[in-house]
Design a protein around this ligand. Structure first.
Ligand code: ABN
Length: 167
């Protein structure tokens, strides 16, 4: 019976006779590149997905909505900062401060309600970053700010940038 060494030598010689050095190196390169890239692919896709939500005014994750509570006007015929036709912005609002990941700055944001039509019902979004309890009414978002409008029906909410927050 042949020893293990002899068997190994024979199979190595046979492999060497049938395979060029270049093709072995190419195969190793492909294996290493594939193995290195494989784990990155799902992570890249997840990162792209979360980035688009932060940049999308129709998503509750949009950066400016960090303290909003209501239906997003961008899903109700308006935009992130303008009321839909046929509604009027509330003159009294609540104020939040949101971090914009695109430029790394904090912005003071006014959350106005749009009034004069019944509830829009689309894209409900309730985020409460830095919100204060009811006894700080101007810092609380769970209020119908249409209360001072001629038509106090609440339709949806917008977020309007007032300025950059100073450190
Ligand atoms: N500011 C949005 C809202 C409207 C009505 C009731 C609660 C909250």
């Amino acid at each position: 019976m042949r020893s293990f060494d002899q068997l190994f030598e024979a199979s190595s010689r046979s492999l060497a006779q049938h395979t060029s050095r270049r093709s072995v190196l190419a195969m190793l390169g492909r294996l290493l590149t594939g193995a290195a890239l494989m784990p990155l692919l799902p992570v890249q896709r997840a990162a792209a997905a979360s980035k688009s939500a932060v940049d999308n005014p129709e998503s509750c994750e949009y950066w400016k909505y960090c303290a909003i509570d209501g239906f997003l006007c961008s899903c109700c015929g308006g935009s992130s900062h303008s009321c839909p036709p046929g509604t009027a912005a509330s003159p009294i609002t609540w104020i939040g401060t949101c971090h914009n990941p695109a430029d790394g700055r904090d912005y003071i944001v006014s959350y106005n309600d749009c009034c004069g039509k019944t509830s829009c019902g689309n894209c409900e979004c309730n985020r409460n970053e830095r919100e204060k309890p009811m006894y700080r009414l101007s810092r609380n978002n769970d209020v119908n700010w249409c209360m001072a409008n001629a038509n106090s029906n609440y339709h949806c909410s917008v977020s309007v940038i007032l300025g950059v927050a100073e450190q």
